[in-house]
Design a protein around this ligand. Structure first.
Ligand SMILES: Nc1ncnc2c1ncn2[C@@H]1O[C@H](COP(=O)(O)OP(=O)(O)OP(=O)(O)O)[C@@H](O)[C@H]1O
Length: 624
């Protein structure tokens, strides 16, 4: 921000470049849901009041200590002006310049980043996520802000801007503590100077603001700490409204959990799972959404550290009278009290999900599809809870109906006692897994295999290592030790390569493929495919290696592989005889078999070499 001129305390300052860009879009492109500007300004006023209420408890010295904590809205229909005033914390001159001249704060900052990559058509969607103070310019051609900080000895200031390029700052006399925002409405926004319109908007969006909102001396909001009331008294519509209020949401919550606990600490919590997971739509990482209160006084809004990070999608409030009111952000992180709160709330929420999974299965599936990724994150990264999350995990499997899920408990329940492992295999879809070679050995033995579709699943299952006494084993691992098949199942009249021939072929293949594989051996598990790759490294499945390859190009060689060949397959038998007649061509075939096995394992294949080789093979096939 550059200073342009200073005349007798009057200063004109340029908006930061990002703010200019933001304002340009706010003014010229955001048309729908313009009324949310009022929600944003009221929410800023409420934040300022929460802060002063907090200060009044921890610090005695402040300006105008006797002012009531409230928000006053004054529509002036005659002059087409709307005024929103609060008796909150106010701003010093520096704060005014920083807060209303730059994008230094969370809400608008993440909005701005979305905006930079957004298409025009997405802009209105983004509007739903909050533009903060600058949204005033959706309806106002000029905005005046009068403010005076609560700090003893502070002066009052006036900030004025038309939202284009710059703003001015002047000293202002005679102000009391707090902030007043005066909007000179645009011609197409005159409706916001009508009392009835304003009242409706306040009731729609700001009914639960915990301070009185006065409109012509009438209190227009409900002002209730709904979470402290008894469950039986609260109507579903009140919950729904409260959810919309705290999460700035338009849709309904998917789940609601309202509970109280007395021991070991007193807790009153009201939590919501939102209707949608916005991280899925590329809106960046969700910020924590649960606020911490002590006896209805806000201690920390959207408190970080209150819940484990993987529960960041939850919205709501936690009120505990056992939390010291002056707990600071820093001490929150390592407070044993907060740790206890976290444990109780997390445990309670996971238990709630378990109940939903049993009693409300379809809805739980909806939750799983949208938010399952967070539970996986928890199971893979948070050892405190991974065991408790495990029963909530859901998967497709070789025995689940398409589109339905199974749990690890379902798997264990229908598995014979003597099967010591739970098997899983990764692939992008059911179809691709079922077309690949890894299931063959399990299919003929009627052993269920869990399908994992995302690399994180394999991290989850590897970290869990076992479930109810059964080891979790990826079907691409070496040494599966599957039960021997009955003679009839194997002997289908086909002639195998045997003894010496087989030993010669495996040795030749190892020599041909060189370092790409650590060994080549006869497969005990293949039925219909010529070959497959298995992992010698028991800790990394192929899909985990794929992730590592993507982040680190040199990773490829770390995961030791063995090529298993099917001595009963026509291609393998053919390869053995071709090798005697035309070794050069046999080498090409061997490399292609290896590449096909890589592809079946979902690992990277060099497409140029592969295409070139395929042409040479085709050329030869077409000649004959
Ligand atoms: N009525 C007010 N009283 C005191 N400070 C205010 C007031 N309105 C805005 N501010 C200050 O200006 C800053 C910027 O407000 P803005 O609404 O743009 O973003 P934000 O409130 O930080 O983000 P979000 O709206 O996403 O929570 C606030 O963080 C606050 O410090």
């Amino acid at each position: 921000m550059e200073k342009d001129n200073v005349v007798n305390g009057h200063e004109t300052l340029e908006f930061q470049a990002e703010v200019k860009q933001l304002l340009d879009i706010v003014i010229n492109s955001l048309y729908t849901d313009r009324e949310i500007f009022l929600r944003e300004l009221i929410s800023n006023a409420a934040d300022a009041l929460e802060k002063i209420r907090y200060q009044s408890i921890t610090e005695k010295d402040m300006l105008d200590p006797d002012l009531p904590y409230e928000i006053t809205i004054e529509p002036n229909e005659k002059d087409k002006i709307l005024t929103i005033a609060d008796t909150g914390i106010g701003m010093t001159r520096d704060e005014l310049v920083r807060n209303l001249g730059t994008i230094a704060h969370s809400g608008s900052k993440s909005f701005f980043h979305q905006l930079v990559d957004a298409d025009k058509k997405d802009l209105n969607l983004i509007g739903q996520f909050g533009v903060g103070f600058y949204s005033a310019f959706m309806v106002a051609k000029k905005v005046r802000v009068l403010t005076r900080s609560y700090l003893p000895g502070s002066e009052g200031y006036e900030w004025v801007s038309d939202g284009v390029g710059s703003f001015t700052i002047n000293q202002a006399e005679g102000l009391k503590r707090g902030t007043t925002i005066i909007l000179v409405l645009k011609e197409n926004a005159y409706e916001f100077a009508e009392k009835e319109t304003v009242k409706k908007i306040v009731q729609r969006y700001s009914n639960f603001v915990p301070f009185a909102i006065m409109l012509d001396e009438e209190k227009v909001n409900a002002v209730q700490a709904i979470w402290t009331r008894s469950k039986s008294e609260i109507k579903e519509e009140e919950y729904a409204e409260f959810y919309k209020f705290i999460s700035n949401a338009y849709d309904d919550a998917l789940f609601k959990l309202h509970f109280t606990a007395d021991a070991p600490i007193a807790i009153n919590a009201l939590l919501f799972v939102p209707g949608e997971n916005v991280e899925r739509f590329g809106f960046g990482k969700i910020e924590p959404g649960v606020s911490l209160y002590c006896r209805k006084v806000l201690i920390q809004q959207k408190a970080e550290g209150l819940l484990p990070e993987w529960l960041r999608f939850l919205k709501g409030v936690v009120d505990s009278e056992d939390i010291p009111i002056n707990i600071s952000r820093e001490t929150m992180q390592d407070s044993t009290l907060i740790a206890k709160l976290r444990k109780i709330i997390t445990g309670r929420f996971l238990k709630f999900l378990g109940e939903q999974a049993r009693e409300n299965t379809e809805k739980f599936y909806e939750f799983w599809r949208k938010f399952g990724v967070f539970l996986k994150e928890g199971a893979a990264s948070d050892y405190t809870y991974s065991k408790d999350i495990a029963p909530l995990l859901r998967f497709e499997s070789s025995k689940s109906e398409p589109g339905k899920y199974i749990s690890l408990d379902d798997y264990v329940e229908r598995t014979p006692e003597n099967q010591k492992n739970i098997y899983y295999i990764n692939g992008p879809s059911r179809e691709l897994i079922e077309a690949g070679p890894y299931l063959e050995a399990f299919g003929v033995r009627d052993i269920e295999v869990i399908y994992t579709h995302e690399p994180v699943d394999d991290f989850v299952l590897t970290n869990l290592a076992e479930y109810k006494g059964k080891k979790l084993v990826s079907a691409d691992q070496a040494d599966l030790e599957l039960p021997e098949l009955a003679e009839e199942a194997v002997n289908d009249e086909k002639q195998d390569l045997e003894g010496l021939e087989l030993r010669n072929l495996t040795a030749w293949l190892k020599q041909t493929l060189g370092d790409r594989v650590e060994e080549v051996k006869e497969s005990k598990r293949l039925v219909d495919s010529p070959a497959l790759l298995i992992n010698l490294n028991g800790y990394m499945t192929s899909s985990m290696q794929r992730v590592m390859q993507a982040v680190n190009k040199d990773f490829g060689s770390m995961g030791g592989k063995a090529l298993e060949i099917n001595p009963r397959h026509e291609i393998i038998k053919g390869l053995e005889s071709l090798r005697q007649k035309d070794e050069e061509f046999a080498k090409l075939a061997a490399e292609q078999i290896y590449d096909n096995a890589l592809a079946a394992a979902g690992l990277a294949v060099d497409p140029r070499a592969m295409v070139d080789r395929m042409y040479r093979i085709l050329e030869r096939a077409l000649k004959e």
